[in-house]
Design a protein around this ligand. Structure first.
Ligand code: AMP
Length: 468
């Protein structure tokens, strides 16, 4: 018998939301974690990207929120800004029937002042990265007394990134009788120690990952032998005719090199590495998510918690040194029921690192037959690949704070107001203070001017075309 969401003792409002979202059945981690958290227990949960772990803690957290008390009741600590944004999005999505719910994202790389002001105005849930959270606590801007639940998301990554001390200090500010949930993909010794210290009697939740539970990912390797590696990348891209592809490299110099090379060849490509400023990171990701950029080249440092999901294709331009990194990388594809493909580019069949990975994951990585594309030259391949999607992104200077909704933007662009056809408009993404909308390349200048001239919610906002 399959467990249903109704059996998990979620409130009718939350059950309705998960139904609206099309979550037909809880995932294994949700089946275990939701009842334990609702019963007030501490948990240490093993979770992989794509396992539905965000909802596994977000649903019980939301159920415990007393909306009429506008004070912090839950805190989620994440290793990266991108993961923070991702958790924030899921929390708001699941909390959409909680009227007046305030969810704050508190991360570094952004001015602290507006975050302090938001805290001052009051919020129910805070999600953030360790450095900024600690700073706000130490300086007395964040009031921890009413926090009932703290969640450590991707705890192993936080240790890897050296946030151990910060996390301990944050925890020391929280009430003793709080509930503590810790999620981690792996359980190295440091995690066990941390768990013993911060969450007594934690219930351990380990999900046996049978093939059925794992995201459906086809793992392949492409062997380039004596050919050019960049050519192999093009073969890999071409073999799948994927709408978007995420390519990982081990070094940021490689990221730059291949971004330039593909870009010169006319491919819709951008890079995502640790050198990008926060604002540019947001823009690059928004453009990748809405298909204005087809290929994104990234490093692992930047790729941790990189906020994209459900990709068709992930390519390892370089095989990572650690098997965990491999699992994390390929987890961006094949989520929530969709099949994805992960291709690793290697010189020859017997790549030691890839063999170690196979041993670690227990999955065999099959060889991708690329003989069909072998006859084409690099120039020919680039030309074919350049025929990608033709969307462009517009940044609008208003967001959730200004009560801007998707329908408002759609309304401003189409009908009598904008005159654009609905089919020229792609994904619309509303963030806290700004929004992104994708429009077809042919309509970009009309769309920008119509947004600048017109009004949204009776207000004027600035619209700019964002590109590379
Ligand atoms: P996560 O592991 O939290 O990164 O979630 C992976 C993806 O699965 C997210 O896009 C969720 O919206 C989605 N998801 C979470 N729970 C379910 C569910 N029970 N059924 C289908 N999709 C889900």
């Amino acid at each position: 018998m399959q467990t249903s969401f109704e059996e998990l003792q979620l409130s009718p409002a939350l059950t309705a939301v998960v139904q609206d979202l099309g979550y037909t059945q809880p995932t294994p981690i949700q089946i275990e974690a939701i009842p334990a958290l609702l019963a007030g227990r501490n948990i240490i949960g093993q979770s992989q990207t794509g396992s539905g772990k965000t909802a596994a803690f977000a649903l019980p957290v939301l159920q415990g929120i007393e909306l009429e008390r506008c004070e912090l009741q839950a805190l989620v600590i994440c290793p990266t800004r991108e993961l923070t944004a991702q958790v924030g999005r899921e929390m708001r999505k699941l909390g959409r029937k909680h009227r007046g719910l305030q969810v704050l994202e508190l991360v570094g790389g952004q001015l602290s002042r507006p975050q302090r002001d938001s805290l001052e105005r009051g919020a129910h849930i805070a999600i953030g990265t360790p450095g900024r959270l600690l700073d706000l606590l130490e300086r007395g801007f964040m009031k921890p007394e009413s926090i009932k639940t703290v969640v450590l998301d991707e705890a192993d990554r936080m240790l890897d990134m050296g946030f151990d001390d910060d996390v301990h200090k944050i925890i020391s500010y929280l009430p003793e009788n709080r509930q503590t949930a810790l999620f981690s993909a792996t359980f190295p010794r440091g995690i066990e120690a941390m768990s013993r210290e911060i969450q007594p009697d934690a219930q351990r939740i380990t999900i046996e990952t049978s093939d059925k539970d794992l995201a459906d990912i086809r793992e392949l390797k492409l062997c380039y032998g004596s050919d050019d590696k960049i050519l192999a990348l093009c073969w890999a891209l071409q073999s799948q005719s994927a709408e978007s592809a995420l390519v990982f490299c081990n070094q940021k110099t490689t990221v730059r090199e291949i971004t330039e090379e593909l870009s010169r060849g006319g491919i819709s490509v951008d890079r995502f590495d640790g050198d990008l400023e926060q604002f540019n990171r947001d823009q690059v990701l928004a453009r990748f998510r809405n298909h204005s950029v087809r290929v994104l080249i990234a490093t692992d440092v930047a790729g941790r918690g990189l906020d994209v999901e459900g990709l068709d294709l992930v390519i390892n331009y370089d095989v990572p040194e650690q098997a965990e990194t491999y699992v994390h990388r390929i987890g961006r594809t094949g989520r929530a029921g969709a099949t994805g493909v992960a291709i690793s580019i290697v010189r020859d069949e017997t790549d030691r690192d890839l063999e170690d990975i196979e041993e670690f994951t227990g999955q065999t990585i099959a060889i991708l037959d690329h003989s069909a594309s072998k006859s084409s030259t690099l120039a020919e391949l680039l030309k074919q690949l350049a025929e990608g999607p033709k969307m462009e992104t517009i940044l609008i200077s208003g967001g959730r704070k200004d009560k801007v909704r998707k329908g408002d933007i759609l309304g401003a662009l189409t009908g009598d107001a904008g005159g654009l056809d609905g089919k020229d408009i792609g994904k619309i993404e509303i963030q806290e203070k700004l929004s992104y909308v994708a429009v077809s390349r042919a309509t970009i200048s009309d769309a920008v001017s119509c947004l600048n001239v017109g009004r949204i919610k009776g207000k004027r906002f600035r619209a700019t075309h964002v590109g590379r």
